[in-house]
Design a protein around this ligand. Sequence first.
Ligand code: SF4
Ligand code: SF4
Length: 346
Amino acid sequence: MSTGKSISPPRLVAWETTRACNLVCRHCRAEAVLEPPADELSHEEALSMLEDIAAWKPSPMVILSGGEPLMRPDILELASYGTSRGLKMLLSTNGTLVTPQLAADMKGAGVARVSLSLDGPDAASHDDFRGMPGAFEALKRGAAYLREAGLSFQINTTLTAGNLSQAEIMTAMTVELGAAAHHIFLLVPVGRAGDMESLSAEEYEAALKTIKQREPSLTIDFKATCAPQYQRIGREMGLSAGRHSGRGCLAGQGFMFVSSTGICQGCGYLPLSAGSVREKSIVEVYEKSPLFVALRDRLTYRGKCGDCEYWNICGGCRARAHAQGDYLGPEPLCPHQPQSGKGAEA
Ligand code: SF4
Ligand code: SF4
């Protein structure tokens, strides 16, 4: 493994501020619970971690996620502290707890953007997915409160075998709600999502082609996340990379996740520990842990993703590979057969 070169800071650090959540979503990675577990990072530990993150230059953006971050009593203080340290603070919520006052307070704490989760285009489908009657109406109310507070928000949608055919309608809804962006996430079979119906590699490929074909006509900022093959598919279709041309899988390469107990991971769906912020600085973990070093080193990859000419822009989902038994192994939901060996690029 190569460890000699200097490592750029991550662009994004997602912190699972708490596993507590008021909903019981069918796809929940965190298998969230109603009450926060006792071993979550304390207020002081969180401040210390934010201080360490702020030492990175350029500073990463920090996503306050969960669980449901608005269930954490000190969330606004933490957002405010991060802002005061020069960090761009983002907050990811299911939207049901947003009130006019909270929207104004989040803006006051310097939160730069809020993401809300929409997983069905109507009350029946969204409420079923989210496990709470009324979640759909609450989300729409939350969006209105954010709009009134002048706080930028985006809509995140997890696409599954069940709601894939409604993706276009949900993008249209996102525009109607006044969101700044629509980010779609392709289901990763972790946590409760492990029991959900999965697409085959061919169905997945066809779905991404349809979405990529539609992308140039969209009137809203659109991003496909955790669908690493999206860039490869775009190139094969002769379409431009669009506004979001970054690498497909960002785990350990521009992105990291910190769990509610301080465990650093490549992403929230890849349940392998790179070390704890309770024991080391987050900077040291990102730069030096064997897990992150391996994720960044093409030569450690096994199977077709390591051999693939698209490794630099894709890399395959390491979490889906891990669910098959080897986090450095081939992405199971990609039918592409590489044309060249390690070192070649498309
Ligand atoms: S391993 Fe990569 S593509 Fe897969 S869920 Fe994590 S960041 Fe997304
Ligand atoms: S083989 Fe792996 S790296 Fe290549 S396009 Fe498929 S998922 Fe991406």
